[in-house]
Ligand binder design. Structure first.
Ligand SMILES: [Cu+2]
Length: 181
């Protein structure tokens, strides 16, 4: 019973954490992917991580999304396109780190500002790193009572918590591995 509810609690924690770790960014926010917004302004100050998604909102035929190299971005050229998406709206998953460049391939649109560069970090911003935290086993402030024998009776709740700790560590390890994929 207890182990079952612990497992369910762990699953909830894991699924919540997984959902929170990836972010969907709507390119251009309410304006979408079109002529007008300044996408370098839109991208500035945002932290893109591996696993996040870019949502390009546009009507099919009006625009498209072409992933290009830096030179393609700089020159508004799609001659060396890595990926072209013509159906809108389009969702692009940022599957690796580095800078990703997207432009609109409709003639003239990139020159009118439909170009986006996003800096994708490696996602090293791991939550709650225990660096510097006191070891969980050490119990500070235990009053030493000389003369009286230390009572070895441990409360069951405490031992249950201690038993759950390795499972939590394993779950955290799995999370990290999942995040890396
Ligand atoms: Cu366009």
């Amino acid at each position: 019973m207890a182990s079952r509810s612990t497992l369910i609690a762990l699953l909830v924690v894991v699924s919540c954490a997984a959902a929170a770790s990836a972010t969907d960014f709507t390119v251009g926010d309410s304006q979408g992917w079109t002529i007008g917004p300044d996408y370098s302004t839109w991208a500035s100050g945002k932290n893109f991580a591996v696993g996040d998604k870019l949502v390009f909102n546009f009507a099919t035929g009006a625009h498209d999304v072409v992933e290009v190299s830096k030179s393609g971005y700089d020159s508004c050229s799609i001659s060396n396109a890595m990926n072209t998406i013509t159906n809108g709206p389009a969702t692009v998953t940022l599957s690796n780190d580095g800078t990703h460049y997207y432009i609109c391939g409709i003639p003239g649109h990139c020159g009118q500002g439909m170009k986006l560069a996003v800096d994708v970090g490696s996602g090293s911003g791991a939550p709650s790193s225990p660096t510097g935290a006191p070891a969980p086993g050490s119990s500070p402030g235990t009053p030493s009572t000389p003369g009286s024998p230390s009572s070895p009776s441990t409360p069951t709740s405490a031992s249950a918590r201690l038993a759950a700790a390795p499972a939590l560590a394993v779950a955290a390890g799995v999370l990290v591995k999942l995040a890396l994929f």
